[in-house]
Design a protein around this ligand. Structure first.
Ligand SMILES: [Zn+2]
Length: 274
């Protein structure tokens, strides 16, 4: 670990940027209590992510040679296996994101175990062994953190305690954390809240905020994790806006695009060596 406490990235990069996509599909609606199947219009908004959304994102990443980390609920792996295999075959990392996208904070210990174990089984049916986990709704609990330890996950990406990777102490154990923040979640700008419209700041604020985050990170050195959802970012003009953010990063020297798996590997080696 260097004296300034900043991780050293390969190729002398000053900043690493991780593009992450939570490929939720309609799992969040189906995982809610009550029967969502009678809400086809609501479900269709989320299903868009596994259709046009994911196709557009795959093409965007391939055109620019960018890696991504895709967090996938097991239900989505079971119902959209071709799309998830295609992401894997494109070279993107696949992480665990529950089974029916149930918020760990809102279900009991047995349900949390089912979410982790059924999610693992679903990804295993596609020959995917995830190294990392992101809690649905970022609702990580002590119980779920214990399950990550039991199932030998290498890292979590749900907490907000630092800018750069660190060890989160939970229930007497250290969990390697690749942190996130709500301001780096596309939903903070793009989610449509239905009747009455949205009070969200919108696309211009999205682009400006993420460009400012890149500039600030370059000033300090470190890691930036952007958190996106194919049913929001994957729509037409939203992708055009994302391309502005990416172009801004690619024009700056010393920026490296990376996956969370690579970040975990680098962070563990350097943090453990400190
Ligand atoms: Zn999600």
């Amino acid at each position: 670990m260097p004296p300034d406490g900043k991780l050293q990235w390969p190729d002398g990069a000053r900043v690493a940027i991780a593009l992450t996509f939570d490929v939720d599909g309609e799992a969040p609606l189906l995982g809610e209590s009550g029967d969502a199947t009678h809400r086809p219009a609501a479900i269709s908004e989320w299903r868009y992510g596994l259709g046009a959304g994911i196709r557009r994102i795959r093409r965007f990443l391939a055109d620019r040679g960018l890696p991504a980390t895709c967090y996938v609920p097991g239900w989505v792996a079971d119902h959209y296996p071709d799309q998830i295999r295609a992401l894997r075959d494109d070279g993107h990392e696949i992480g665990h994101h529950g089974y029916l996208h149930k918020n760990p904070e809102q279900v009991d210990a047995n349900a949390q175990r089912a979410e982790i174990e059924q999610g693992l089984e679903a990804l295993e049916r596609l020959d995917i062994r995830p190294r990392g986990y992101r809690a649905p709704y970022l609702g990580l609990t002590e119980v779920t953190a214990g399950l990550l330890h039991e199932h030998e996950f290498e890292y979590d990406s749900s907490c907000m305690g630092a800018d750069d990777p660190y060890y989160e102490q939970i229930d007497g154990r250290s969990l390697l954390e690749i942190p996130v923040h709500w301001s780096l979640d596309d939903g903070a700008y793009l989610a449509w809240l239905g009747e009455g419209g949205s009070n969200l700041p919108g696309i211009a604020a999205w682009v400006a905020t993420w460009r400012a985050e890149i500039d600030a990170a370059i000033g300090e050195g470190g890691l930036v994790t952007f958190m996106m959802h194919p049913h929001w970012t994957g729509r037409r003009h939203q992708m055009a806006a994302l391309s502005e953010v990416i172009k801004h990063a690619q024009e700056r020297p010393d920026v490296r695009f990376t996956t969370h798996g690579e970040v975990a590997h680098i962070a563990r080696a350097q943090l453990d060596d400190a």
